[in-house]
Write a protein that binds this ligand. Structure first.
Ligand SMILES: [Zn+2]
Length: 308
């Protein structure tokens, strides 16, 4: 089995309240089709349908304080309860204690060692690499795990040639914010098809989406609704492409902590986060076995790739 992990920063399962929760407002027909009419809301989980499963999993992992990105993402790619071992949640970027967990025992390192093909499917702009090289920017947990595994991060060139995707899915940001006015732009549906097609080149691939956490911190309802409607188009494309894979591709969408589902606060929340899994029914059932918190995602991905 091949696994595509779509990591969405700062998305919890919140109340069905359109005043504070973009998921209660956004038009997401493709998501609704996968969840028999449900949205990504607290009351929707657990759900097991013909094509998709939605569980609520715990990002707090028994540790006081609000969950944060560095520890949350590190737990997602290692399966270890890092917040409990350290005694705190930490973020957004990893400190040396969190970074120490992101060396040999991540999904990226373990799959690479096992001879499996793996990648982070995001393309990063030149200014990102400049920031890293000059020491002004620290890797967040996921790219740190990827580079520590000896894998390369994809570049602008990879984006142009179609080996990687823009962090906003469509590529619009490369034109409007990153100074590449001639960069390609894709409709969300096309971006979703592209993402699933790229995932079929790997045993395990991950795509990282962070605009959701940013919109949550900024408390921007219209932006957040727009982002999720774009994501819905992407989901439609992913599902169209997945159907061609003869049930070879399993897709998991999850998050490191809540944030965007409650725009009444600038902070992260302690809400449960979605474990939204799309794919063949038995594979989903095996994947979601004993899935209760962030630490259960990495072992499930490992089993899906290695044992099937
Ligand atoms: Zn955040």
């Amino acid at each position: 089995m091949q696994v595509l992990f779509i990591f969405m920063d700062g998305i919890g399962l919140g109340e069905n309240d359109p005043a504070i929760n973009p998921f209660a407002r956004a038009k997401m027909p493709n998501l609704h089709a996968l969840l028999d009419g449900r949205s990504l809301l607290k009351d929707s989980a657990p759900f097991i349908g013909e094509v998709a499963t939605l569980l609520a999993i715990d990002p707090n992992v028994g540790v006081d304080g609000l969950p944060q990105s560095a520890t949350g993402q590190a737990m997602l790619v290692t399966g270890k309860n890092i917040s409990a071992e350290l005694g705190y949640h930490y973020g957004p970027k990893p400190n040396p204690e969190v970074a120490a967990y992101l060396k040999d025992d991540t999904l990226f390192a373990r799959f690479t060692k096992a001879g499996k093909k793996t990648a982070l499917l995001n393309a990063y702009p030149p200014r990102y690499f400049d920031g890293i090289d000059s020491g002004k920017r620290l890797y967040s947990s996921i790219p740190l795990a990827v580079t520590n595994a000896g894998l390369k991060l994809f570049t602008h060139d990879d984006f142009i040639t179609g080996r990687a995707l823009s962090a906003d899915f469509t590529g619009n940001g490369w034109r409007t914010m990153l100074g590449f006015p001639d960069s390609p732009v894709m409709e969300p549906h096309h971006a979703g098809r592209k993402l699933a097609a790229l995932a079929m080149d790997y045993d395990f691939s991950l795509f990282e989406y962070w605009a959701s956490d940013y919109a949550g911190h900024k408390q921007q309802m219209e932006t957040a609704v727009g982002l999720m409607e774009t994501f819905d188009g992407v989901l439609g494309g992913i599902e169209d492409e997945r159907r061609k894979t003869k049930e070879q591709l399993l897709i998991v969408v999850t998050s490191d902590h809540g944030n965007m589902e409650d725009l009444s606060t600038r902070k992260h929340t302690d809400a449960m986060v979605p474990a939204f899994v799309i794919g063949e029914k038995d594979a989903r059932s095996e994947f979601t076995r004993e899935m209760r918190d962030l630490t259960h995602i990495a072992p499930a991905i490992w089993r899906a790739v290695i044992d099937s």
